[in-house]
Ligand binder design. Structure first.
Ligand code: G3H
Ligand code: 13P
Ligand code: ZN
Length: 323
């Protein structure tokens, strides 16, 4: 089976009330962990590559590793550009074999966002085979590549803009801002309450915005970025083995499950993979101070990422057994 675009996957996900996981990959072990987990769960999956990942691993290594994962698993896998900053990077990825791209002009004006997105859509849709395009309206707090949006400067998506945006751009899916943000520190402690274990509980996502958007765009796939949940079991392992992550907090998984049952067809997860990988490596290093073979400690990190992805697919996304 060749790499696929998001078209059919999103249609089935929308109709079936589940979402496809879009997991960021930066190295071979992460690609293997995600795709082996998806294989065991009979789930389609999106592997996404950021500008930072391209800089770290080089686009050609990532593309070949993802193609190797397709050969290994025979799963429907999408190779997606995450947060494409301009037309050129999107074009480069489309020409280089990506099956889906995100053009993120969300920090620009509405009109500029429309103009850049439309240009990418025209190029991507004319490509054979057809490449799908994701765009974004509204801005998330947090860090993505070189852009840092301080908490308080994020802006929710305005539902009254979405129909015009989709109509004028011809885009295939739309990322919206409803209170998620990038990274492992999504909410300031003062925005949260603490539960009986002292763990921070964040304010709920703006489901009213998601509902209004989906009412205006019936059947249209919505994307959620910044959807790591910062599972505290990994934070505890990290901190118990020499790490120091204080007050890291993510989006509760039940809220993501609810979003997946609505119009959200793609849920982006990166920070949770990083935490799982770090937990596995830190634990291994502390328990085996005599080890120095990277296959041993990176292998433990990979095993933790694989378990995490299986949990996300089954308990959060609901994309298991959807081939
Ligand atoms: O959107 C942000 C993703 O987590 C990518 O992060 O730019 O550090 O690769 P990165
Ligand atoms: P997290 O930082 O919540 O994992 O978000 C990742 C993301 O949105 C990548 O585009
Ligand atoms: Zn993102």
């Amino acid at each position: 089976m060749p790499l696929v675009n998001t078209k059919e996957l999103f249609k089935k996900a929308y109709d079936g009330g589940y979402a496809i996981g879009a997991f960021n990959c930066n190295n071979m072990e992460i690609v293997q962990a995600i795709t082996e987990a998806a294989k065991e769960c009979n789930s389609p999956v999106i592997l996404q590559v950021s500008a930072g990942a391209r800089k770290y691993a080089k686009a050609c290594y990532l593309r070949h590793m993802v193609e190797a994962a397709v050969e290994d698993t025979n799963l429907p896998i999408v190779l997606h550009l995450d947060h494409g900053a301009d037309f050129e990077i999107c074009k480069d990825c489309i020409d280089g074999g990506f099956t889906s791209v995100m053009i993120d002009a969300s920090s620009k004006s509405f009109e500029e966002n429309i103009a850049i997105t439309k240009k990418v859509v025209e190029y991507a849709h004319a490509h054979k085979p057809y490449v799908t395009v994701e765009a974004e309206l509204g801005t998330l707090a947090g860090i993505e590549d070189d852009v840092k949006v301080e908490h308080g400067n994020e802006s929710y998506t305005k539902p009254e803009q979405v129909e015009e945006f989709v109509k004028r751009t011809g885009v295939d899916s739309l990322a919206i801002a409803i209170g998620t943000s990038h990274g492992a520190y999504k909410f300031k402690p003062e925005q949260c309450t603490r539960n009986e274990d002292g763990v921070l509980v964040p304010p709920p996502l703006r489901f009213d915005i998601l509902e209004e958007v989906s009412k205006r765009l019936p059947g249209f796939p919505i994307v959620l970025h910044g959807s790591s949940s910062v599972n505290q079991e990994y934070v505890k392992i990290i901190n118990a083995h020499g790490g120091k992550l204080v007050d890291a907090v993510g989006v509760p998984e039940q809220q993501l499950r609810k979003a997946a049952s609505m119009a959200v067809c793609k849920i982006n997860i990166d920070s949770d993979l990083r935490l799982a990988m770090t937990a596995g490596i830190r634990e291994h290093m502390e328990n085996h101070p005599d080890h120095f073979d990277p296959r041993q400690y990176v292998g433990d990190g990979r095993a933790y990422v694989k378990e995490l992805v299986k949990h996300k697919i089954v308990d959060v996304l609901g994309s298991n057994d959807k081939l």
